[in-house]
Ligand binder design. Structure first.
Ligand code: CUA
Length: 319
């Protein structure tokens, strides 16, 4: 499990995020100058004229109708807005025009209430909430191109250190790409209010060295090994409603409404950040998902203690 991190757009590690930081500094610089001028005048006025006794005979200078002043406070802000617009447009264009190279990794991210489905269409991998990608070295950059979709409401895919926000909208496909230059774990979060558990749509991106990424791919592509000791739990899993919503590759379970569980235990959290993925939490989750995440679509299956033990014993073998 990775330590808790505060994701920041000012600590970028990926190409689009570097550009976004540059643009942020530019915009913050201009707005800081405006702030200092306006606040400076306000403070000066407060101090200079604040404590004078009211004198009805003393009228301030009337500048109404002054063309110079009106032109100044119209034209200058207009020019500032034009500059901000053009510079921003140039950055957006620069990021979006990048064509997908042939060797780019392709990932489809599907927003759900309230979790993320992560698919690697060319690699045959399906997982949830945690994204694994290779690092991009200067010699052979391998960017990752995301296809962003949603099955229900609008969500927003955002990993601040890697790229800008991208909306996940039903019936529309959006694109975003990253090119992380540094190995590590980066976190993100759904950035568009999407219902009760909007706050529990954690995203974790693990950037691996290239060979480590290949090992992860190979492990994910291998179906879990059937273990004779957990036969009872496996039979329970396939006889209950679990398989209507969940897939475990190599078994009869091929539901698609909930997260793919083929390698459930390779993920660090349950319920997209609702709890750490430990056997104890997993048992409590299966017993009553609503206790962790009110409104989660997974129902409490009303299992007795023996059934829970058997089921969890099976689930923890899905490594
Ligand atoms: Cu999904 Cu907010």
């Amino acid at each position: 499990m990775t330590p808790v991190q505060t994701p920041s757009i000012f600590a970028p590690v990926s190409t689009p995020a570097f550009a976004i930081r540059e643009l942020s500094f530019f915009v913050l610089g201009i707005t800081a100058v405006i702030f200092v001028i306006v606040a400076g005048f306000a403070i000066y006025t407060l101090i200079r004229f604040g404590r004078r006794p009211a004198n009805p005979d003393l009228e301030p200078a009337q500048v109404y109708g002054s063309k110079q002043i009106e032109l100044a406070w119209t034209v200058v802000p207009f020019l500032i807005v034009v500059v901000l617009f053009l510079v921003t447009a140039r950055y957006v264009w620069g990021i979006e025009r990048r064509a997908q190279p042939a060797d780019a990794l392709e990932i489809t991210v599907v927003g759900n209430q309230w979790w993320w489905e992560i698919r690697y269409p060319k690699l045959g991998i399906v997982t949830a909430n945690e994204i694994h990608v290779p690092v991009a070295d200067a010699a052979r950059p391998t960017p990752t191109f995301f296809t962003i979709q949603s099955v229900d409401v609008a969500h927003s895919f955002w990993i601040p250190q890697l790229a800008g926000k991208m909306d996940a909208i039903p019936n529309k496909t959006n694109r975003v790409w990253i090119e992380p230059r540094q190995v590590g774990t980066y976190v993100g979060q759904c950035a568009e209010y999407c219902g009760l558990q909007h706050a529990l749509m954690l995203l974790v991106v693990v950037v691996h060295p290239k060979d480590e990424f290949q090992a992860w791919v190979a492990a994910q592509q291998t179906p879990p090994v059937d273990q004779a000791t957990v036969t009872a739990g496996r039979q329970l899993f396939s006889s209950l409603a679990c398989i209507n919503c969940h897939t475990v590759r190599g078994t009869g379970g091929n539901g698609v409404f909930g997260p793919d569980l083929t390698h459930l235990m390779s993920r660090s959290t349950l319920g997209a950040g609702a709890a750490r993925n430990t056997p104890e939490n997993l048992r409590a989750w299966v017993k009553d998902p609503g206790a962790f995440k009110t409104g989660a679509l997974m129902p409490a299956m009303k299992l007795d203690d023996t059934q829970l033990d058997q089921l969890v014993a099976y689930l923890v073998t899905l490594r």
